[in-house]
Ligand binder design. Structure first.
Ligand code: 5GP
Length: 203
């Protein structure tokens, strides 16, 4: 069997429900790990350092990035976000599936670095629903919401670069779709080629 885990990239516009889908999925799948990103954005109420993000100053972030500690990073909505490299490789080696919940520029970098990763994009049912969810979430001020909505169109245009699209009508359906994708990824030739070569050795 292929003992290494698979790398999944999970993107979608702000407010689409990526975080909720991920948390619900992970609760059912102990073999999966969500990478904790570093960011220079301020914590929202209820967010904890080391759990939701590693909250950093800009100079701490830049230092980590320049010392090669990030797998990818990007500037989104005026803040830096990046994936610390070490835990991702460690968890993949342990055989865990690793999920990066990242925006589209970071995803494009992962595609160059790791073309065998599985790319999943989460869509809102429509733009009205996305606006409603961002406003109801009540975690951003009006200006930030407007910036994020104008980013959303550009992000959705990048959905063409992803392997799978999940439409978040309900969390339950979206989690079911994600479960199906993760399961099918386990059966791809790419994932199974080491196993096939092992069997052929004895043939
Ligand atoms: P938020 O501020 O809403 O938590 O995140 C803003 C955007 O940054 C979201 O699309 C989120 O997926 C993305 N993001 C979070 N962590 C990372 C990361 O490590 N790298 C990149 N490129 N984007 C990230």
């Amino acid at each position: 069997m292929n003992k290494k885990g698979s790398l999944f990239v999970f993107s979608g516009p702000s407010g689409v429900g990526k975080g909720t889908i991920m948390r619900n999925f992970i609760a059912t799948d102990p073999n999966s790990f969500i990478s904790v990103s570093a960011t220079t954005r301020r914590p929202r109420p209820g967010e904890e350092n080391g759990v939701h993000y590693y909250f950093m100053t800009e100079s701490e972030f830049v230092q980590l990035a320049e010392s090669g500690g990030m797998l990818e990073y990007a500037n989104f909505s005026g803040n830096y976000y990046g994936t610390p490299k070490k835990p991702v490789y460690e968890k993949l080696e342990e055989g865990k599936n690793v999920f990066l919940e990242i925006e589209v520029q970071g995803a494009a970098k992962i595609k160059q670095l790791c073309p065998e990763a599985i790319f999943i994009f989460v869509m809102p049912p429509d733009m009205h629903e996305l606006t409603r969810r961002l406003v109801d979430r009540n975690t951003e001020d009006q200006h930030t919401i407007e910036v994020r909505l104008s980013n959303a169109k550009r992000e959705i245009e990048q959905a063409k670069n992803y392997d799978y699209i999940i439409v978040n009508h309900t969390i339950e359906e979206a989690v079911n779709d994600l479960t199906a994708i993760v399961r099918s990824a386990k059966c791809t030739y790419d994932h199974m080629k080491n196993f096939i070569n092992e069997v052929l050795k004895d043939a």
